[in-house]
Design a binder for this molecule. Sequence first.
Ligand SMILES: Cc1cc2nc3c(=O)[nH]c(=O)nc-3n(C[C@H](O)[C@H](O)[C@H](O)COP(=O)(O)O)c2cc1C
Ligand code: SF4
Ligand code: SF4
Length: 374
Amino acid sequence: MGNQSFDLEIGDIKFKNPVVLSAMGGINDSNFINQHANKAGLAFLGGYSIDQKTKDASKKIINRGREEFILDSPLDEILSEISNIKTGNAIGVNLRSTTLDPILDIASVFYSKKIVLELDAHCRQKEIVDVGAGEALLSDIKKLTYWIKKIKETGVVLSIKFRVNIIDDINFVKAVENAGVDIIHVDAMIPDEGSDLDALKKIRDITDLTIIGNNSITDFNTAKEMLSRGCDFISVARGVAENPSLISELVDDITQFQEELGWYNSPKHLCSGKGDLRSLTFCCVPVKPCALLYKLKKLGLAPQDFVEIKKEFGKGTMLEYGDSTCFGSLLWCCKISKPCFLRDGVLDLLELSPQEYMTLKKERGCQKLWGCKA
Ligand SMILES: Cc1cc2nc3c(=O)[nH]c(=O)nc-3n(C[C@H](O)[C@H](O)[C@H](O)COP(=O)(O)O)c2cc1C
Ligand code: SF4
Ligand code: SF4
């Protein structure tokens, strides 16, 4: 049985797949979304500058030759853009502002229309930062968390977009999670070097928030690397300009991967050094010195506690079977992507498909037991 459903839902917004068009000021309008993102699970319009100071900053940016959207009446013009989008998929809007009130006016309308509001704490254009918007918001976490609380009072689904390694990512994510944000849209940029996958893994390990991973995704392989660090979604921007069918290709490939594997963002094994906490669902009985012992120590778990926890989560499921495997049951078995005739023989006997095995590992895995998100 294939598992085609991505089961992606936040508040009352459903997402058909985990592929996102990331904001590009001056580029992402309704026409661009209709043409290049019609299969995306979520497409962001904008970014839009919505208060006087950021609007003036956008004009200055245009004067030096970079594309930007200029809106006289932001809410009306954004709603008009939204009504031109024919994809039927979820829509988000990326907003820049130096003050809270214009965001609040828009937030309550977005709530009623099931539009994701994305607060841009990411833009590095000098003119935007100089007036105190975009990345400048990261310099005052107290103000930012106050904004988040007020925006969330409207009920809107709220995303915050930021770049890693600007401030302490872990403290920042904990602060915005406590304030009530729903989504963190994480640009994992390493200057001139692609993306910081380790930063994403570390963020996954400390939060249950929905994560959109971003930067330098150009194909299925780069997308898969990010998904395996625990991102729920991946987003693309420049790649779409280079390859207009990128989103369509990613949706097809990731959907096929989900159908074949049953867990499209399954973690790497812990021993690879790239596995987030979710990877404990594939770990062995802790009997030898390996990365697991170090991880358990960090979690404050004795090896025997870990054994009991895993036994508990496998109780009453097919994972209890598998005498002929290394550790006596499928509970301790590896990811389906690791070839193993012992495990596969047991799956055949149990008439359990690879997808069902992976789904069990995900659902009965570590999420509730040691606080990480499957
Ligand atoms: C032309 C252009 C305009 C952008 N405008 C915005 C914006 O308004 N708001 C925002 O949050 N990010 C903006 N971004 C950043 C992208 O959304 C994305 O985070 C970044 O390009 C890295 O992803 P990529 O490697 O897929 O391009 C822009 C990027 C480009 C190339
Ligand atoms: S327990 Fe097994 S899978 Fe986990 S880190 Fe050790 S060797 Fe790797
Ligand atoms: S039987 Fe195969 S899948 Fe199971 S733990 Fe051993 S090597 Fe891994």
